[in-house]
Design a protein around this ligand. Sequence first.
Ligand code: PMV
Length: 327
Amino acid sequence: MLNSASARAHTNIALAKYWGKRDEELIIPMNSSLSLTLDHFYTDTQVTFDDSLTADFFELDNRILPATKLTPFLDLVRQKAGIKTFATVKSFNHVPNQAGLASSASAYAALAAAASKAAGLELTRPELSRLARRGSGSASRSIYGGFVEWQEGHDDLTSVAVPIEEETDWKIGMLAIILNAGVKKIASRAGMQHVVKTSPYYPAWVKESQADINALKQAIANRDFTQLGEISESNALRMHALNLAARPPFSYFEASTIRAITMIEELRAQGVSCYYTMDAGPNVKVLCQEEDLPTIKAYLAPAFGTENLLFARPGQGVKFLEGDLHG
Ligand code: PMV
């Protein structure tokens, strides 16, 4: 066979985070999470199943990389489709590598869509979400646009993302402040595993997370930006508190992270409604309303440089692309 398909998926940033697995193999989380898909950052991926190949091949941004991480994921697709054919995976990441934005979310969501289609499967979006979840938990949410909830569920069938508001007309977005171009110190998989095992606050985190999701959903329904921001910021800090309370402790904060956070708090004290969130890295993302963007940028630019301030609006769910990818 020689079957090819391409797909585009956008990345997402969690407002109520996923940080810990109940099942490492199936990637069933300890708690549900809620995110915003972003328009500006995405991955395009083409998968070609080709009978003449003797192994899987992977090319990212025109550079050949080992396919070791992709093969177990492609095996899931092959198993579902009842084929044994190897594949070439060609990806272009439009998530600035250094942005500390979760490129694994857009990467696995695009891969799930392209690989399943190329293998002859016609998966529904819930099925695509469950498949993407097996690559990276946060990828389950990137199947949908706008506000998305990944419902924790209890097994492979029930742990799936659902859209809350796919096409939102709310003029909000995320301003990513790029603080550090380096690779993250502790991969999310290892970080979350460690806190589940050793952080005494972990049970409280799980217990409180559903209340945050409920409050966020209410904020979205009421277009209450203050509530959306306050809950998101507090949820992010609780996640990072788990890391500080682990044994041994660890942290994704750097000096520049604290500087950025302090500046967001200063802006807020001046009456600008903006809130921060952080993931498994030092970079800070500012949740804000579009009307405040010029003020926020003007305040942050002297400290971090305009080129390190990247704004994204709510983005779309995964979609298939026609023809071959050329970057
Ligand atoms: O999906 P992963 O394994 O990249 O983990 C994502 C973890 C966080 O980004 C910190 C939180 C989240 O819900 O996206």
